[in-house]
Write a protein that binds this ligand. Sequence first.
Ligand SMILES: Nc1ncnc2c1ncn2[C@@H]1O[C@H](COP(=O)(O)OP(=O)(O)OP(=O)(O)O)[C@@H](O)[C@H]1O
Ligand SMILES: [Mg+2]
Length: 350
Amino acid sequence: MSKIDQQVMTVLSTVIEPELNRDIVSLNMVRDLDVADGIAEFTIVLTTPACPLKDVFVERCNAAVIGKVAGIESLRIRWDAQVPTDRRIHGRLDVPMNSIVAIASGKGGVGKSTVATNLAVSLADAGAEVGLMDADILNPNIPQMFGLGSGRPKVRNDKMQPLEVFGVKLISTGFLTTPDKPMIMRGPMLHNAIRQFFTDVEWGRLDYMIVDLPPGTGDAPLSLAQSFPLTGSIIVTQPQDVAVADAIRAAAMFEQLKVPLLGVVENMSGEFFGSGGGEKFAESRDLPFLGRIPLSANVREGGDYGRPIVIHDPESEAGRAFRRLSEQVAARISVVMLQGADVIPINIVG
Ligand SMILES: Nc1ncnc2c1ncn2[C@@H]1O[C@H](COP(=O)(O)OP(=O)(O)OP(=O)(O)O)[C@@H](O)[C@H]1O
Ligand SMILES: [Mg+2]
């Protein structure tokens, strides 16, 4: 490294990543620095392609370098993203997934599948590799929300190939059954079905594996959490008191299972169910509040007709709320995975 390169790196090491609260040089986010003709050119490797903070980085880097290192008049920043790897997954699972996130609730019908769908689509739209597993084995809704009937997944080399819609890889028992021939299963069979969705499906490399759970504190979340190292769970609740009471039970279950809680989403917020219950719940348990999604006919129609609102009406209030939510979730995943690590292991798995 030349002297001027070193000077630039030294001043860049005063730039703090706002979510992770560490400097961008020790986080290994600054790569391929090249200084020529008064321009410092480098790549910032973000921890998620869904990062909303690019403007903040540009501002902070400029403030740190310009006028501080003689001979540099401007910066040229390139962007790249590598979702950090949850090391526990690679210790225990022979699948190339960087993170596994469960979407859960206490009460049924609060909008888990809707949140899982729009979250997965937003992350994929931002450039991430995303899988969505419908772990509601008995009452699968994900196919409908993606506009799919019983489109049979192909089998290759003994592995099921996920279907891909809006850039998201999908697996659901809805692809294997029809509503008039429901799956009838006991607990152990459910457990096996969820396991097989991890081990017998050719997911390929994933940045985010989103798992849509059935409601409540039953077999499915238990099987999932005991069989796989979950990066975290997200609790979806409606704003009203009875929904929040059930959400508290769900949160307590994940705490007992030692699954990190990434935060709380309040869905169907507005005049009908009220608003604020989700945020109060998050505060009372000291959990991050990830966002509020309004009750809106567009969202329901999007679910019924397989047109997720983040794709079909991205500028609507709900569309924007879902996209902000996906940024919050991506940031929380980065924080949870990198917390406490001495050297930040970005890109430990290629
Ligand atoms: N913000 C919203 N505004 C309007 N309708 C919504 C909203 N969120 C979800 N819905 C609708 O509410 C119904 C239930 O949502 P969804 O199926 O996502 O809930 P769920 O928690 O997954 O249910 P279950 O517990 O049965 O799995 C669906 O018809 C969905 O389209
Ligand atoms: Mg559901």
